[in-house]
Design a protein around this ligand. Sequence first.
Ligand SMILES: *Cc1c(COP(=O)(O)O)cnc(C)c1O
Length: 219
Amino acid sequence: MIQKNLKSIQSQLPEEVLLVAVSKTKSKEMIAEAYKAGQRDFGENRPLELREKAETLPSDIRWHMIGHLQRNKVRDIIDKVYLIHSVDSVGLLDVIERRAAKAGVNVKVLLQVHIAQEEHKFGFEEANIIRFFKEEKAQDYPHVSIEGLMGMATFTEDESQLRKEFSTLKKLRDKILELNTVNQQEFRIISMGMSGDYSIAIEEGSTMVRVGSSIFGTR
Ligand SMILES: *Cc1c(COP(=O)(O)O)cnc(C)c1O
């Protein structure tokens, strides 16, 4: 079933959109099945779970941290993670820089932007993120590559609301590129779209979708 689901989703994705299979709470056996079908990018939201899976599953898997990350958990994943999607504060970015320098690695990250109507979702507000780049702060992190933005839309079936939120993120990415204070080759990723809304996200400019339940079943 997992392999069939993966094929069906892959066939709907344009070539330039990367599928991150969200494997949080799912067993290693299920991940191994997706791996056999050629899937290499997997998303987790708990640092220790990511670490434990990374230590036992094939080493060419690229592990994505997609959930809220506490500062004191950064060191658990720093040498295991391929891309941290959920950097939601400058303080967290500072910790990632420090830990990466200490571990002698370079870490790729996305900045999470608060695009949903719901208050409880994490992320930078748009004005703060623009200020961050205007002040050329991205250059203060020699061990961190800021590769783009991530967003989570409101949990709703209202398609026009979803489109509005996704296009906000895409426009923000373009606005930041125009400021010319980031590496233009590096700052390209727009991580948006989950099981319920990835087709809409792609139409609105997503380059990376994070899909869990449509691949592995409900949690
Ligand atoms: C769980 C999760 C997903 C995947 O959700 P599904 O609805 O199962 O596809 C995507 N992004 C984040 C940040 C998540 O926590």
